[in-house]
Structure formats: structure tokens, C-alpha cells
Design a protein around this ligand. Structure first.
Ligand SMILES: Cc1cc2nc3c(=O)[nH]c(=O)nc-3n(C[C@H](O)[C@H](O)[C@H](O)COP(=O)(O)OP(=O)(O)OC[C@H]3O[C@@H](n4cnc5c(N)ncnc54)[C@H](O)[C@@H]3O)c2cc1C
Length: 455
């Protein structure tokens, strides 16, 4: 056993947290990184099991000036959950109970460590679902999803997490435990602090309970995989489809040929090989379903399809496949890849994809593009092995410059974390960033919660 937290503090922590405290060097090193690949340096890990333990940890951190980083599953892609400077990691994964399901009001109250897909499995048995289904939904937690304002394929119709979080129990950086939000479908009472905390990347408070609105499952849903002759045609089809809300499309995704080949090669999936493809979910009542699919195909026929669409009744299974793209690309092309997430208004999506592709091709980089196209949200991955730090920085500035010139944003869903921190001032004014930092000082006066992240 090697102790990384300052020797004199371990005794205090051990008395307060017992076996929930982990200081074993190997384990602590594993908790010192997330899926961004950024390597930090944690001081120790506490596997929290209750609100009172979380409060105890915050009080300890304030008293001893030790930073705290909340962790769900550590699937963040920009270093959101990476601890630096000997921070204590609070692992919320043991807090994974569904505490209450109020069927009549469509509200579920959970602890933050529950995994998104597992919550959806639970809700599905009762005829409900939680709409935002990030690609990582088989691993990522409701706490992490809330803290990053996560989204997924179905966010095309249903929006990101912020729309579904109705209430929070939260331990603030001051050590106070408080309840925020309301249970009603509408409220004009007070400032919307829940919305402020959703997407705050663990910098303002630590969630110990999350109240979510959930949705009854539609009568019918089907997945449709559409092979298209090229990236340009596929992205233009997205804009066309987004003008037709009556088709009942709830998810509208785009992938390029590299993603398809990687999924086929690594997972043995049997997707049609094509230069590009759209992944859609269509929902509705049985009565309207047939005519919706018919009009969908008529619309798509103007966009050079290169094969018959595949219909997938196991829609969640289709999203599991879609969610494995990053792993498949990593296995096939190597893990030393840069992964990014930018978003623009949907009408500019074709221009964003062609512009980003041009930038990467000019540098001779191997890359793949895919994303939640209906939301104008592009994911890109490229080989970074041949780039120096300065070259990577200059490349990212080009991509972000293009995105912002198209009225876009630096992150559609993953967050800013650590990796994108040097670029926030490209998007936000100095006044806006100062306001964010002033708000942080109110919630967390001693700057112990996930410092040096996000803004
Ligand atoms: C293969 C893959 C696919 C992905 N697809 C998507 C996608 O489609 N959409 C999307 O939005 N993201 C996606 N992501 C990114 C990532 O999964 C999300 O950001 C997710 O919400 C992180 O959840 P997590 O439980 O892993 O949180 P973590 O990575 O552990 O933490 C994320 C942030 O939340 C904070 N946090 C965690 N728990 C709490 C808590 N209880 N209280 C306060 N703050 C907390 C952390 O401090 C950190 O800032 C993907 C990642 C991978 C690896």
C-alpha cells in the first residue's frame, strides 16, 4: 500500500470514511484519468455511499484545502473528471439506487451513480424512458450526465439533460446540503438554479439525488439505417429531414465510411458498407407509422441511397452499436486519437463537416466524422501521433474558428473540462467568463470543487 494523500491527513480520512477510502497507488492512478486519456494525479479515492459522507468529504476538503473531483463512470472525453494536484476523487458509483418512481407525474428520483442504460431498462419495464441516451449510456451515470448536460441520439427530438432534470439534492462547496427545483410541469418561482447546476461539470456542487422527468414510451418505434452515396449527400439529407417534424423522427445520426468499417471489423456487426449512412429512430402510433416510413423513404430517395434501408426493431440495441463507434475506431486505428465535439445550427452542418474534413485532409491526417447530425453536433476523431503540441493547438483553433464562424459552439454535449479550457475565450466574452467565475465563488468560495476546469 502506498499512500498518496499527505501522510498526516490519511489518519483523519480513515477515521471518517473507513474502508470507503482507497489510497492504493495502482487504484488511485486508475482514478487519475478519464476516457480523454489526460493523466492527472489524485491523492486518494472515497467511494461514497450517502449524502452525509459527501458532506463530510466537502467539510474535510474545505478545512484542509484539498481539491475534490466528483466521478461517475469516468467516460468524459475532455478531462472533466481528471483530478490534479493530489485531489480527492469522490466516486459516486456505489450510490445507484432508484429512490422513487412517481408514475402518475412521470418523475423518477435516483442517486447519481445509477447508469443511464440501467435506469432506462428499469423504466422500460414500466412503459417509460428517459430520453437523452448518450453513446456512453451503457457506462455513464446520471450524475455525470447531469453535470455535463449530456445528450444522445434521441436528443434530436427530446433535448439534452437540462430539459429532463427537475430537481437536485446538492452539497455545495460551502458544505451546505440543499434541495433545488420543483416537481410541477411549470413554475415561475425564483431563479432557475437547477439549470445553472446542470452542465456545471462538478464545479459548483455535488449531486446526491437527481429528480428526472421521464416520458411514456411511444406506441411504436423503429430504427432505420440508411446507406448513402457520400458524406455530402448524407449531411444535406439531414437538413431536409429536419424540416419535416411530422415524420416522427426522434433521432437523426450520421456516420462516415470509417465508422461503418470499424464497427463491422471490430464488433462483427453487419452494417452495409457505404461511403456514409444515416441512423434514424422513427416513432409514433401504429396507425401513423406506415405512412411516416413511406414519406421518409420518398424524401430520402432524392439523396443517392446506395442500398435498401435496414429496419431495426431492437432500437436500443441499434443505439448500443452506434455508441461503440469510438471504441471501434480506437481498436482499429490506435488509441492515440484526438476526439472532439462541436455543434452548429443544423442548416450549417454540411458546411461544418466539409470544412472540418478539408482542414484534416490538408494536414494529411487519418480521421473519421460522425455525430448527432439532427442537432448539428459533429464528432470528429483524428490521429494525433504526428502532431506536435503547437500543431495540434493550431489545428484545433482552425476547427473552432470555423465552428464559431458558423454560429456554433465549442461543445454540443461533452463539456469543456480541461482540454478545451484554453479555447473558451474564443466563444465567450470576457464579461461572460467573469460572471461564471463570480458565480463559482458564491457556490464554492474556497475553490475546492473540480478547480481549473470548464471556465
Ligand atoms: C464511447 C463514448 C461515447 C460518448 N457519447 C456521448 C454522447 O453521445 N453524448 C454525450 O453527452 N456524451 C458522450 N460521451 C461523453 C461522456 O460519456 C459523458 O460526458 C457522460 O455524461 C459522462 O458521464 P460519467 O458518468 O462517465 O461522468 P464522469 O466522466 O465521471 O464525470 C463527468 C463530469 O461530471 C462530474 N460529476 C460526476 N458525478 C457527479 C455528481 N454526483 N455531482 C456533481 N458532478 C458530478 C464530474 O466531476 C465531471 O466533471 C461519450 C463518451 C464515450 C467514451
Amino acid at each position: 500500500m502506498v499512500c498518496l494523500v499527505k501522510e498526516e491527513l490519511v489518519g483523519i480520512l480513515r477515521t471518517r470514511f473507513g474502508d470507503s477510502l482507497i489510497v492504493d497507488e495502482e487504484v488511485v492512478r486508475a482514478y487519475s484519468r478519464d476516457m480523454s486519456g489526460v493523466q492527472g494525479a489524485a491523492g486518494g479515492v472515497i467511494r461514497v455511499t450517502s449524502t452525509s459522507q459527501v458532506k463530510e468529504a466537502v467539510d474535510f476538503a474545505r478545512d484542509h484545502g484539498v481539491p475534490l473531483v466528483a466521478r461517475g463512470a469516468g467516460t468524459s472525453l475532455d478531462g472533466e473528471s481528471v483530478p490534479f494536484d493530489g485531489a480527492l476523487v469522490l466516486d459516486f458509483s456505489p450510490m445507484k439506487r432508484v429512490l422513487d418512481f412517481d408514475v402518475d407525474n412521470h418523475l423518477v428520483t435516483v442517486e447519481p451513480g445509477v447508469v443511464n442504460r440501467e435506469l432506462n431498462n428499469y423504466l422500460g419495464q414500466k412503459g417509460f424512458f428517459l430520453p437523452p441516451n448518450p453513446g456512453s449510456w451503457e457506462m455513464s451515470t446520471i450524475g455525470g450526465n447531469t453535470s455535463t448536460n449530456a445528450a444522445g441520439p434521441r436528443s434530436y427530438k427530446y433535448g439534452s439533460f437540462r430539459r429532463w432534470v427537475k430537481g437536485l439534492e446538492v452539497v455545495l462547496g460551502t458544505g451546505e446540503v440543499t434541495r433545488l427545483g420543483h416537481y410541477t410541469t411549470k413554475s415561475s418561482s425564483g431563479l432557475d438554479l437547477v439549470s445553472l447546476l446542470v452542465g456545471s461539470e462538478g464545479t459548483l456542487g455535488l449531486f446526491t439525488k437527481v429528480v428526472l422527468r421521464v416520458e411514456p414510451l411511444p406506441e411504436s418505434r423503429v430504427g432505420v439505417i440508411v446507406p448513402v452515396s457520400g458524406v455530402r449527400q448524407a449531411t444535406k439529407a439531414v437538413v431536409e429531414l429536419s424540416r419535416r417534424p411530422w415524420l416522427g423522427i426522434s433521432a437523426l445520426e450520421f456516420v462516415d465510411d470509417k465508422c461503418i468499417s470499424a464497427l463491422n471489423a471490430v464488433y462483427g456487426d453487419t452494417l452495409p458498407e457505404a461511403p456514409a449512412a444515416l441512423f434514424l429512430e422513427v416513432e409514433g402510433s401504429r396507425r401513423e407509422f406506415e405512412s411516416r416510413l413511406e414519406e421518409l423513404l420518398n424524401t430520402l430517395s432524392g439523396f443517392e441511397l446506395v442500398g435498401d434501408p435496414l429496419y431495426e426493431e431492437n432500437v436500443d440495441g441499434m443505439w448500443d452499436i452506434r455508441g461503440r463507434i469510438a471504441f471501434a475506431l480506437g481498436k482499429l486505428y490506435g488509441e492515440n486519437r484526438y476526439r472532439d465535439d462541436v455543434a452548429v445550427p443544423v442548416s450549417s452542418f454540411p458546411e461544418l463537416v466539409s470544412g472540418v474534413s478539408r482542414i484534416l485532409e490538408e494536414k494529411g491526417l487519418e480521421y473519421a466524422v460522425f455525430g448527432h447530425a439532427g442537432d448539428g453536433n459533429l464528432h470528429l476523431e483524428f490521429d494525433r501521433t504526428k502532431l506536435s503540441a503547437a500543431e495540434l493547438d493550431s489545428l484545433l483553433r482552425q476547427i473552432f474558428g470555423l465552428t464559431l464562424s458558423l454560429r456554433g459552439t465549442l461543445s454540443g454535449e461533452h463539456g469543456i473540462g480541461w482540454l478545451k479550457l484554453p479555447y473558451v475565450d474564443l466563444e465567450h466574452t470576457g464579461e461572460a467568463i467573469n460572471l461564471m467565475r463570480s458565480i463559482k465563488r458564491v457556490f464554492d468560495p474556497k475553490n475546492i470543487l473540480n478547480p481549473r476546469k470548464a471556465y
